[in-house]
Design a protein around this ligand. Structure first.
Ligand SMILES: [Zn+2]
Length: 312
């Protein structure tokens, strides 16, 4: 009886799918062997050995002990227009899994299959892990990046606010949000592991920059990490104005930046590398001013984030 109803269901399915489109292959959902996911109707990669002499059966013995290889989602801007972005990301060494153009078409381009490694992060670090390419999905967003006006002469390393960044149009952010949400849900990516390229390579990267609306992604779509205002306000009242330039205070916030995930040398000095890490932090969490200075608000936000996400 059970078999009969299964067959009836199958026939109904085949008939209904014959009506307009060619029939799809539908199988039971066993991760990594499935062709089309029955519930979501989504394509999933099929990567399993195919042997001439032996049958491969993975569906009978799914192991309990397994998890996802993907643990991070990293967002970038291309600093190029649509055409050049596609050209560079497909023809040169650098690549990403997805490319979100800035035109009105619905298309988001898949440049690298999710089961493969794309080369988007370069030398990178987050919370004791190097080489984030191994375990991340990279999304490149078409955006021209920034223009430099009135550069500080003789001090090219200073991470000052001399850069003018370009806005992201709302329709593009919606695309990025829906795509990110899908990836985060499928791989169950930890909010603190939804990152800017500048978070994992703060000494050399600025993307996707301070115009990227991380707060909107968090509040509207529950994407990534964000602090609680109430906690930030409590810390605001505790900022040690008198000791803000002392070695011990600088050491303490260098430790906090490291605790949250950033790679930083704990020098006890507000040096160029520290300034760049603070700037990367501000791009993400306090984009109104990104001068690399650990002011009261930046510090309170850092403390509130640690309390919420790294309090162990
Ligand atoms: Zn990047």
């Amino acid at each position: 009886m059970k078999n009969l109803s299964c067959i009836a269901l199958l026939i109904t399915f085949i008939l209904s799918s014959c009506a307009s489109q060619p029939p799809k292959i539908v199988k039971e959902i066993v991760r990594d062997t499935v062709i089309i996911n029955r519930t979501t109707d989504r394509y999933e990669s099929a990567r399993v050995a195919k042997l001439d002499k032996f049958k491969i059966s993975t569906s009978l013995y799914p192991a309990k002990g397994q998890d996802e290889r993907i643990r991070y989602l990293v967002l970038h801007y291309t600093a190029l227009d649509n055409e050049k972005s596609i050209q560079v990301l497909t023809q040169q060494e650098v690549s990403s899994h997805y490319l979100v153009p800035n035109d009105f078409t619905d298309s988001i381009y898949v440049l690298v299959d999710e089961t493969k490694r794309s080369w988007h992060a370069g030398a990178s670090y987050w919370k004791n892990v190097n080489n984030i390419n191994f375990s991340s999905i990279g999304i490149e967003i078409v955006n021209l990046g920034y223009s430099t006006t009135n550069p500080v002469s003789g001090n090219p390393d200073m991470a000052t606010a001399q850069r003018t960044f370009y806005d992201f149009p709302e329709f593009q952010i919606k695309k990025v949000a829906e795509l990110s949400k899908d990836i985060i849900d499928r791989y169950k990516i930890d909010p603190v592991n939804v990152l800017a390229h500048s978070d994992i390579a703060p000494q050399r990267k600025h993307d996707p920059g301070p115009k990227f609306p991380w707060k909107e992604l968090y509040t509207k779509y529950q994407i990534g990490a964000w602090y609680e205002d109430s906690q930030k306000n409590i810390y605001l009242g505790q900022f040690p104005y008198l000791e803000k330039d002392s070695t011990s205070f600088i050491l303490s916030y260098q430790q906090d930046l490291e605790k949250y995930g950033y790679e930083i040398q704990k020098t006890g000095i507000w040096d160029t590398q520290t300034q760049k890490v603070i700037t990367a932090f501000q791009y993400h969490f306090r984009p109104e001013r990104y001068d690399g200075i650990m002011d009261a608000e930046t510090w309170a936000i850092l403390k509130a984030l640690i309390l919420k996400y790294r309090n162990n």
